[in-house]
Design a protein around this ligand. Structure first.
Ligand SMILES: [Zn+2]
Length: 472
């Protein structure tokens, strides 16, 4: 009677978020009897659906041994405090800059969760159960204690027979691609997760490193089938818009998310100013969160590209108060409304659904000298989208306003790889990769990239649905 040989279960990934959509990044790895999560992001969509998706995990949080986090955007890290609240107590591995930025992001997210629950409870009918916030400040604090930072390029043991290495994804300060080596049946399997992949030539950030080879490669595909405008042309146009608006005596209002895009714009404005291509007008960043995020940027200049380091050396006040005024207090924000002279105001939120930008729009949208400069993606049904669509009248904070301001759209500031970037980054892996799974993109984006990848020799390419699995 021969001994029965039991081969260990194959390492497997289950896709639980950002499948055929761009939100809620979360993938589960089962390997050698251990369970890890790659990202644990917030799902953002319609309120009721989002609440349920975020509140209930498709596994028991206490069964997760560790989390590996690609970067600090909220759709990648925003559900971590809830995971902790529901019993997760393992380490969360990420780069040092991601750890610092996540602290800013999660603190802000807790505040929004608490305000959201408060609002829903006020509107709740008698007898309905009280709505709890998804998490609160205490959960965030407990989450941050679990973070373990690992620099780029250094391999770290994340479990028995499991090693992870981060490489620069060039998408956000601290953003990383994750390369996992898994010992399996006396051999080695490799899993690569691109996280969100940046694009070459972005300001401040270094260009993305080559994608590490893997038996299974999980790649983002946000802009499959799409070509971005070049970054430097966009910077030029930004300068033109500010000059033109200042000449006619108007204000430039820029709705922007506080982390990433805001620092990019400030950086461009600083660069334009240094080369004498920007009039001497005040620039305000009207967001306490942006001020804190910018401090993180300044503290992690080791992640900057050459050009940014050089600018920082020549101008140590880069991002600093001498060039830009950061508005923290509400009353100072209100004072901006009474300014008569041209200025630039950058304020959240990026799609104009909430935040201080609404007040600036309310006060300036009926002034034809104003420019509203849209620099990011605008989801359907947001005020930002209505402005881009050129609607003559819009509702802001409960009142209708005529849109007399000029609306300008600058599309070239995306921090995601476009179709050609993705293809160029993935093509060297066609011979070594067994399978590619495309996540973080609408289905038509995934399909566009899938077709091109097959054409250059990748055989097994698919866009998994929620709950689908793949073997490493
Ligand atoms: Zn991102």
């Amino acid at each position: 009677m021969g001994k029965k040989h039991r081969s260990p279960a194959e390492p497997t990934v289950t896709f639980w978020g950002a499948t055929r959509t761009v939100t809620g990044s979360m993938h589960r790895l089962d390997a050698r009897g251990q369970t890890l999560l790659l990202d644990c992001g917030l799902f953002q969509g319609r309120r009721a659906e989002s609440r349920q998706r975020n509140a209930e995990f498709p596994f028991r949080p206490r069964d997760i041994d560790a989390v590996i986090l690609s970067h600090a955007h909220i759709d990648h890290c925003g559900n971590l405090p809830n995971l902790v609240r529901q019993g997760f107590s393992g380490p969360i591995y990420c780069t040092p800059a991601t750890r610092a930025l996540a602290g800013v992001m999660l603190g802000d997210a807790a505040k929004i969760q608490e305000e959201d629950a408060e609002y829903l409870n006020r509107k709740r009918a008698r007898g309905e159960p009280k709505i709890e916030p998804l998490y609160d400040g205490r959960d965030v604090y407990r989450t941050l204690l679990l973070f373990e930072s690992v620099p780029y390029g250094k391999s770290v043991k994340v479990g028995r027979g499991l090693d992870a290495t981060f490489s620069d994804a060039g998408h956000l300060l601290g953003s990383a691609m994750i390369s996992l080596r898994i010992e399996h049946a006396g051999a080695e399997r490799c899993l690569t997760f691109t996280g969100d992949l940046g694009r070459p030539g972005l300001p401040i950030l270094r260009d993305p490193e080559p994608i590490p080879p893997g038996d299974l490669v999980i790649s983002e595909c946000t802009y499959g089938g799409h070509t971005h405008e070049p970054v430097d042309e966009t910077a030029e146009r930004l300068g033109e818009v500010v000059r033109f608006t200042a000449e006619r005596g108007g204000k430039v209002l820029i709705p922007a998310f506080s982390v990433g895009r805001t620092q990019t714009i400030v950086y461009f404005l600083h660069q334009l100013h240094n080369s004498g291509r920007l009039p001497d007008i005040p620039i305000f960043v009207d967001s306490p969160m942006a001020a804190r995020a910018t401090e993180v940027f300044r503290a992690h200049s080791s992640c900057f590209n050459e050009q940014a380091l050089q600018l920082l050396e020549e101008h140590p006040e880069l991002f600093g108060q001498r060039f830009v005024r950061y508005i923290e207090r509400q009353n100072e924000s209100v004072e901006l409304n009474h300014r008569r002279h041209p200025c630039v105001i950058i304020a959240a939120s990026g799609m104009c659904e909430a935040g201080r930008i609404l007040h600036h729009l309310k006060h300036n949208i009926e002034d034809p000298r104003t420019t509203i400069l849209v620099v990011g993606f605008q989801a359907p049904d947001t005020l930002g989208r209505r402005l881009v669509e050129g609607q003559p009248q819009v509702r802001i904070l409960g009142r209708m306003f005529s849109v007399k301001a000029e609306v300008v759209v600058l599309n070239g500031l995306s921090s995601h790889a476009d179709h050609a970037d993705l293809l160029r980054s993935l093509s060297p892996l066609s011979a070594s990769t067994r399978a590619v799974r495309l996540v973080h993109g609408e289905l038509h984006r995934a399909e566009a990239l899938q077709a091109s990848l097959r054409a250059i020799g990748f055989t097994d390419v698919a866009a998994p649905d929620r709950g689908d699995t793949a073997t490493v």
